[in-house]
Design a protein around this ligand. Structure first.
Ligand code: PHE
Length: 455
């Protein structure tokens, strides 16, 4: 009964499909669309893809099931979920507030860039008419006024959804956006694959290139694949714990996690198919990185003539959807914690969180234009979160599950409404030993790479 009341007082997903779409919405984001294609290219194309899929299946799946399980078991915001004993806060809860806070602060800025390009293409694409795509991109991102305005617009979009809470807000939007996203990415992939010379891009993505593997080094590829999987699946920062806390007991957690892993990987591969062949077709380097979407793709769209404007609008709508749902999930963790830990209601909590995030997002945006000298807050926040905070939190979560919840209880929670119980032992072993060790490996490799030590 107490359990029921507790469930009633917190938000809950109204349907299994709604939860799934929100979880997929959180996972699918900029990580899939711009990061995956160029990382895959840099680290050996097909070889990276194979390693990535193995890593998602082993590490990503375990982490995701673990976070959903902790969330549903504790049925609480991240601060309470990771409390040790009655009042004692654990550092994990605070990490789960701090990490999404840093990520969303730069995610909003990139979201703003996307809106700028979308608006530009809706207006006919004249802003890139000069053909100096690097110049247009650099000019915009370093313009303090306009890059700030678009950052605010993107944040306002997320806030608008979040103010309505779980059911009316996130679930409703995700249910509509996620299926739409799949159609658009497949469409853009088809357009890209029919461009002249697209086959080179296909080779780049699907034919193993051992030379580039030797160049990059196997350990580095593994490290890159794990980092990408972590970020892309939104694990290691309590997002999935929060989403899991709204789960009803009849949801099959392992099945949901499989679906999220599969769909997230599919979107990444399709995004690769949408971007890389087209990039080859117009003779641009696929390793362009953060600028790939904004610098290379306008050239691709131009090569398609008038039809290119339509494709561009569709493409940026897709990226906006993906970034938007991810930003929503990042903010939701913060709002859920404030709402449940303070007397503030949903609306005031949303306002408070959005207000604080607004300030940091604007600082990140301004740092792109050299306002703070050489300090690039976007890169700094990205490095701190992906190379340090995500792996550390991931390891601590595994330890917490074993020490606080216990593997047995966790297995029971995990397997509720689940037909196949046979692999629970493997899962327990993975949480206790395999996952923390692998994550520790990412952490050490990431730090070594960051400080310039090559292994
Ligand atoms: N998974 C998202 C992506 O691939 C990013 C993200 C990270 C979203 C963390 C929410 C939380 O872009």
């Amino acid at each position: 009964m107490a359990d029921l009341m507790e469930q009633k007082s917190r938000g809950a997903w109204s349907s299994k499909f709604g939860f799934l779409m929100a979880a997929v919405g959180s996972a699918v984001g900029l990580g899939n669309i711009w990061r995956f294609p160029y990382i895959a290219g840099q680290y050996g194309g097909a070889l990276f893809l194979i390693i990535y899929i193995v890593v998602v299946a082993v590490l990503g799946f375990t982490m995701l099931t673990m976070e959903f399980t902790i969330g549903r078991y504790k049925n609480a915001n991240v601060l309470d979920a990771f409390a040790m004993g009655k009042k004692k806060r654990s550092p994990i809860g605070w990490l789960c507030i701090f990490t999404p806070f840093l990520i969303v602060s730069y995610y909003n800025v990139i979201g703003g860039w996307i809106i700028k390009y979308l608006v530009g293409y809706i207006g006919g694409g004249s802003f890139v008419e000069s053909g100096d795509y690097q110049g247009v991109f650099g000019g915009f991102t370093s313009d303090p006024l306009w890059s700030s305005v678009f950052t605010v617009v993107f944040l306002a979009l997320s806030a608008g959804v979040l103010i309505f809470g779980v059911k009316k807000g996130i679930e409703k939007v995700s249910k509509f956006l996620m299926p739409a996203l799949f159609f658009i990415v497949i469409f853009v992939a088809i357009v890209s694959l029919t461009m002249p010379g697209a086959v080179e891009g296909l080779k780049y993505l699907f034919v193993p290139n051992f030379e580039s593997m030797q160049e990059a080094g196997f350990l580095n590829i593994l490290n890159a694949a794990m980092g990408q999987a972590f970020f892309s699946l939104s694990v290691g920062m309590g997002i999935s714990v929060t989403y899991g806390s709204y789960l009803k007991k009849d949801q099959n957690i392992p099945k949901s996690a499989v679906i999220v892993c599969v769909l997230d990987t599919c979107v990444a591969v399709f995004a690769g198919l949408a971007i890389i062949p087209a990039v080859f077709s117009v003779g641009i380097e696929p390793t362009e990185g953060a600028g790939l979407i904004f610098v290379a793709l306008p050239a691709v769209f131009k090569s398609l003539g008038g039809f290119g404007i339509v494709v561009a609008v569709l493409f940026f709508v897709l990226v906006l959807f993906a970034a938007w749902t991810s930003a929503i999930s990042l903010l939701e963790v913060l709002i859920a914690a404030v709402e449940e830990k303070t007397p503030l209601g949903r609306k005031s909590s949303t306002a408070l969180v959005v207000g604080v995030v607004l300030v940091t997002s604007l600082l990140v945006s301004l740092s792109q234009g050299g306002v703070f000298g050489n300090l690039d807050l976007l890169t700094l926040f990205d490095n701190i979160t992906n190379k340090v905070l995500l792996p550390v939190t991931g390891i601590l979560m595994c330890v917490f599950l074993v020490a606080n919840i216990g593997v047995k209880n966790a297995q029971e929670e995990l397997l509720l409404n689940c037909k196949h119980h046979s692999w629970a032992k493997v899962w327990g072993f993975a949480i206790k030993y395999v996952t923390p060790l692998l994550v520790f490996f990412i952490f050490v490799m990431g730090i070594l790479g960051w400080i310039g030590v090559t292994v």
